[in-house]
Design a protein around this ligand. Structure first.
Ligand code: TYD
Length: 194
């Protein structure tokens, strides 16, 4: 099965991923942006403050396409359980926000361009945190990491959860780090068919 880890910058995703890696040595771990040249292009864009948001959407989406064909599908074909640190919902939430003034419903547009070919996650762990705490924790190292930028991203995650409540498991990411790690590990341990 394919499990994804989502949340705002500063929600503790990286810490939770590390906890999962030590708890589940048999699971395949991956991430978006990926560790490929497609991912390098994405990272270059993240670090360019005036990058065109539509061009950026397609860079992320290209990285996702390669991730699916080169990593996700082969691992699923081998019967592995995969955890991806960020995945398609990051695009729906983040680019749904950065493109809000270009489309009537940017989130719907971004979903639409994925729909014919993406492989949806079976379960998504959403690390829930308010934009102010998230921005303070993330240290504002890139253009997304301000409370103002994260506010609409969080609204978009809420929209995604409302649309598919059964796919998401919401976890309070403001709890102390040790509890958070434990909760995330327990959540994955309890998933049926893992
Ligand atoms: P990530 O590497 O997860 O950041 P960190 O490890 O610092 O938390 O993601 C980098 C940034 O890219 C983050 O601000 C979220 C953003 N992002 C998008 O806007 N769209 C996407 O599709 C993805 C995967 C990430």
């Amino acid at each position: 099965m394919l499990i994804t880890l989502e949340g705002l910058d500063g929600s503790g995703k990286t810490t939770c991923r590390a906890a999962l890696e030590s708890a589940f040595p048999d699971v395949t771990f991956t991430r978006e942006p990926t560790d490929s040249w497609y991912g390098d292009a994405v990272r270059q864009s993240i670090n360019t403050d005036d990058a065109d948001p539509l061009a950026e959407l397609f860079l992320y989406t290209a990285d996702h396409a390669a991730h699916i064909s080169e990593t996700i599908e082969p691992a699923l074909d081998r019967g592995e359980t995969i955890v991806s640190d960020r995945y398609s919902d990051s695009r729906y939430a983040y680019q749904g926000a950065t493109l809000a003034d270009r489309f009537e419903d940017a989130l719907a547009y971004v979903r639409e361009i994925h729909q014919p070919w993406t492989r949806p996650p079976d379960k998504t762990i959403y690390l829930d945190i308010d934009p102010e705490t998230a921005a303070a924790r993330s240290g504002a190292t890139n253009k997304f990491e301000t409370a103002q930028a994260l506010e609409p991203v969080r609204d978009n995650y809420e929209r995604l959860i409302d649309a598919e409540p059964d796919r998401f498991v919401r976890i309070d990411a403001t709890q102390p780090e040790a509890n958070l790690k434990e909760t995330v590990v327990e959540t994955v341990a309890e998933l049926p068919d893992r």
